[in-house]
Design a protein around this ligand. Sequence first.
Ligand SMILES: [Zn+2]
Length: 83
Amino acid sequence: MPTYSYIAENPEEGCLRCRRGFDLRRPMDREPLTHCPLCRKPVKKMVTGFSTPKYTKPVSVSDAKKAGFTILEKRCDGNYEKL
Ligand SMILES: [Zn+2]
């Protein structure tokens, strides 16, 4: 079940929970929450950061070799040399 983060649309009007934002587990097929379950003020879904890294670490030749890859390097004469 995905967890959604909600925050009050007007933080001054919201209760303690929605003023600072709260997480709610909700089934995917349910309507998105529009009002705080505690104070009934309008809330909006927060965009939370994804935990996926922004870039993948470049794999070094030795790491790739350890992982069983064969590294081929193009040589200036057009042939590939097996490292
Ligand atoms: Zn509230």
